[in-house]
Design a protein around this ligand. Sequence first.
Ligand code: BDR
Ligand code: CA
Length: 331
Amino acid sequence: MTKKVIIDVDTGIDDALGILLALNSPELDVVCITTVSGNLGVEEVTRNTLQVLELANSEKIPVAKGMNSPLSPDKKEEEIIIVNGKKVNGGEYFHGKNGLGDYKLPQPKTRPVKDHAVDFLIDKIRSNPHEITLITTAPLTNVGKAVMEDPKIARLVDEHIMMGGAYGLTPYGYGNVTPVSEFNVWADPIAANKVFSSKLSTIAVGLDVTQDPSVALTEDCLDHFTQETELNAFISSLISFHIKRGQGAAYPHDPIAVSAAIDREIFEIKDFLVKIETEGTIARGQTVVEKRPEAFVTMRGEVKTPNARICCGIDGGKFMNLFLNRLSKMG
Ligand code: BDR
Ligand code: CA
């Protein structure tokens, strides 16, 4: 059966690849896309989303523009990285000045819908009860706000698959902004906390699996994208930019989250109780996993009920086949 999906994005290179994977997957019916500030501001990521949809001849899919600032205090200074002795914004460095690896697409002809993404999300979930798979590949600001405004929608979502977090469950589950924090959770830990404390049925696809070397895109992947179509050129340019900025390997975080909606067999998943560090001077956005044995926790009168399913293993070969086959056949 086809799954109705809503994708919440901050289009960026890997978000764009995730959107294209979803569009080219018969298992998924993309109902709408919502945008949120993250890799770049909400205006830029909305423009990028419209451009990607137009390029893929999918401009009929409605796009709703959402939150431009997090529910948490901004921490922009931690996004600065030093490249060749110069201070650079991390988002711009890894995704390019325009967020799409500096690939030039025509200005979009389509516009976002009038509704704010938070209202649009609530409306779509309410009008499709228990039918929507919500995929988030961005900071959780829109979703956190939506469950604050209308907590009942959490139970009406069939499943929430999120790219976010670093859970320390594999050797690769370490942070990519701080030693312990992944970007999407770090960018808005208060929103992430709302999500993990809500009744949403969340599956977390974190760095534990998306930084696994078996899913790293390297130069040889580009051999799959040699057709002379604009889409092939675009995909090849995105991957190539990401590989260069990733010093030889690009991790397709967001398409991996999308693949969890397509083929669950790619993942090993376990239930855990996760708490989010919402403040913290060195651990903002850490996703803290309760791993202590049951008796140890309950002896202290604490509760150990899981609030999320966390991906703790990935079949890299299966993911790569899906990703490269589907994307190379587009256009
Ligand atoms: C996440 O951060 C963003 O830069 C990517 O688009 C992805 O969603 C990885 O930590
Ligand atoms: Ca993203």
